[in-house]
Design a binder for this molecule. Structure first.
Ligand SMILES: [Zn+2]
Length: 75
C-alpha cells in the first residue's frame, strides 16, 4: 500500500490514504483520487503519477474505454 488512484464514483475506500490531488480523465470526465500512504507522502512523486495516470487513462480509451476502480501507481 503505497500509492493508488481510486475512481471517485466507485465504492473503493480511500481510508488510510493521504489525498494528494484529483485527476479528471479528459476522455470521460471520470475523477480519480490520488492517494499516498501517510508514510510515503511525496508531492513531486504525486505530480509524476498524475501525468502517468493521464496517459494510462487516455490509452484505455483507445482500447475499450473502461477504467478500473482502483489503479496502483508506480513509484
Ligand atoms: Zn476516461
Amino acid at each position: 500500500m503505497r500509492a493508488v488512484a481510486i475512481k471517485k464514483s466507485s465504492s473503493e475506500k480511500t481510508t488510510g490514504f493521504q489525498e494528494m490531488g484529483t485527476l479528471r480523465c479528459d476522455g470521460c470526465g471520470e475523477e480519480f483520487f490520488i492517494g499516498h500512504s501517510p508514510q510515503s507522502v511525496d508531492k513531486g512523486v504525486a505530480e509524476k503519477q498524475a501525468k502517468w495516470l493521464e496517459k494510462v487513462l487516455a490509452e484505455e480509451h483507445e482500447r475499450d474505454g473502461k477504467h478500473a476502480d482502483r489503479i496502483e501507481l508506480p513509484d
